[in-house]
Design a protein around this ligand. Structure first.
Ligand code: SF4
Length: 233
């Protein structure tokens, strides 16, 4: 199965609290009116320029094993080594906000209003991260069929948790996301920049559980896996 989901940008504008959180503030803080105004302007700009789209394609465990192997640069032991064998279904995904929003951020930062450019960048980053969860929800509801409530789906991406960023090459070789106009640069960055990619893992909640005691976890500042795992309990 391969499908593209397109989203109306106006329905996908990050809320003010999310943007504030990413800027290290919260509603309880005395947020200056100028910041509130910048957030509102960035939201309008986002609604005008973003073109959110999600591509996903199912694949077998063996097919994913070849993608995951990539250039052979992954950590010797990583969460996906444990999670994938327990999974029921897998899909690769790429999702993007399109190129116009990135160009607008660049122009505002370079020659326009840098403060607006910064807030627009934060707004777009928040939306791009959420696209991975849109892909996960889409996969859960479409692929798992009637029993979808039993399945929990989480996205996992190259560049995180032992999956080396060079894994993007094998992922893009396999997925070839031409329908949504995302390409990979020689340094494994996606173009447009406000894009996300990875594998969607569908399985019982227990399939996603692991201890964050891999050698590379010592250097992890966020331990974001704990919050992610909590969402599928
Ligand atoms: S602690 Fe950090 S590096 Fe380790 S699995 Fe969790 S998110 Fe990944």
């Amino acid at each position: 199965m391969r499908e593209v989901t397109r989203i109306v940008a106006g329905t996908f504008v990050p809320d003010r609290r999310s943007v504030l959180r990413r800027m290290g503030m919260d509603d309880a803080d005395d947020v200056p009116p100028r910041v509130n105004k910048l957030i509102a302007r960035a939201a309008d700009r986002f609604a005008d320029l973003a073109v959110p789209a999600v591509l996903l394609e199912t694949l077998t465990r063996d097919e994913f094993a070849a993608v995951y192997r990539g250039d052979g640069a992954n950590a010797a032991d990583a969460p996906l080594d444990d999670i994938v064998p327990r999974a029921n279904r897998l899909a690769l995904f790429t999702a993007t906000l399109g190129g116009a929003i990135g160009r607008e951020i660049h122009d505002e930062v370079q020659t326009g209003d840098p403060a607006l450019g910064y807030v627009l960048d934060v707004t777009a980053s928040d939306a791009a991260d959420r696209l991975a969860y849109v892909a996960a929800e889409r996969f859960r509801s479409v692929v798992a069929g009637r029993s979808h409530r039993m399945f929990k789906v989480l996205p996992y991406s190259p560049g995180y948790c032992g999956w080396h960023v060079s894994g993007q090459r094998a992922l893009f070789d396999r997925l070839r996301p031409v329908e949504i106009d995302v390409i990979l640069t020689s340094s494994c960055l996606m173009d447009p920049l406000k894009s996300v990619s990875g594998v969607l893992v569908a399985g019982a909640a227990a399939c996603h559980r692991f201890r964050s005691t891999y050698p590379f976890c010592d250097a992890c500042a966020s331990h974001a896996c704990r919050a992610r795992i909590a969402t599928v309990k």
